[in-house]
Design a protein around this ligand. Structure first.
Ligand SMILES: Nc1ncnc2c1ncn2[C@@H]1O[C@H](COP(=O)(O)OP(=O)(O)OP(=O)(O)O)[C@@H](O)[C@H]1O
Length: 264
């Protein structure tokens, strides 16, 4: 067992070049996520959360500072990272099973076709999509498509799962179903998770730690440890402890938004 974090951002600073000059987005950002834990990142709209996910996945690189994954400096896109987004982007010309299998066709592995299909079917069963393998994406509801997208992100057993607002477009009831599915998945599969969300209740239900980012350029403004254990349920969101955490997070977001307004 090593104390090396699974995800580490060290002094990450980044700006986009725009027609109006550089747009500073991240400023000396430090985040550590220990192996097997779940971190949620919240912050004002436009503060740089999606930029952060692209840096972790190695899809772009910081102007200053370093991103480390599993003790290795990120210098290129990583196949040890799985990603899911608000829009699942499933391929309509492939059925659900074939969509979930896609990463296993791209990421080098020694699995036979039968083993690949067994793995995909195992995940589909875990998220309640058994029997929908042959359906086309358009034949599924939004929540079902997002469940399939989670399976696709996990099928190659990534060490790190990055979720960028994956439940944001779903209605409130479906979203809570997905929270429960995500919670169950994370205790049946081995991965470290970083979730970007605007939903404070979602962050408290799913995460071990919530990072509040400041307004742009984002830096770490506040860290909240969530004391709920693996046996947490949605009912825990209605306890005084949860109410207190949510009030603190809301307060911190208001401070972050204030800073953003001043900077604009
Ligand atoms: N490729 C790009 N070129 C120029 N500016 C960009 C680019 N991508 C993002 N931005 C700008 O950088 C800032 C941060 O964007 P980012 O998408 O990381 O924020 P976010 O916190 O994820 O936003 P939201 O909460 O609204 O999803 C925004 O002002 C955005 O307009």
């Amino acid at each position: 067992m090593t104390d090396e974090p699974q995800i580490a951002l060290r002094g990450v600073t980044h700006a986009y070049m725009t027609d109006d000059g550089p747009l500073p987005v991240l400023n000396n950002l430090n985040i550590s996520v220990q192996k097997g834990t779940f971190t949620a990142v919240v912050g004002p709209s436009g503060c740089g959360k999606s930029t952060l996910t692209r840096l972790i996945a190695g899809l772009m690189f910081p102007d200053e500072g370093e991103v480390w994954l599993g003790g290795e400096l990120v210098k290129s896109p990583r196949s040890t990272v799985g990603m899911a987004f608000q829009n699942p982007v499933l391929l309509e010309w492939r059925n659900i099973l074939q969509n979930v299998l896609l990463p296993l066709e791209i990421v080098p592995n020694s699995l036979s076709q039968k083993q690949r299909e067994d793995r995909a079917e195992e995940l589909l069963a875990l998220v309640g999509l058994e029997g929908f393998e042959d359906k086309k994406p358009s034949e599924l509801s939004g929540g079902m498509r997002q469940r399939a997208s989670l399976c696709r992100a996990l099928v190659h057993r990534p060490e790190v799962l990055i979720l960028d607002e994956p439940f944001g477009a779903l209605d409130a009831f479906t979203r809570e179903d997905l929270w429960q599915i995500m919670h169950d998945l994370r205790h049946q599969e081995e991965f470290t998770c970083l979730l970007i969300t605007h939903d404070l209740r979602e962050s408290v239900f799913l995460a071990n730690e919530v990072v509040v980012l400041s307004g742009r350029p984002a830096t770490t403004q506040f860290l909240l440890d969530v004391p709920f254990g693996p046996d947490r349920t949605l009912d825990d969101l209605y306890t005084p402890a949860a109410t207190e955490m949510l009030a603190e997070l809301r307060h911190q977001i208001q401070i972050a938004q204030g800073r953003d307004v001043e900077a604009a």
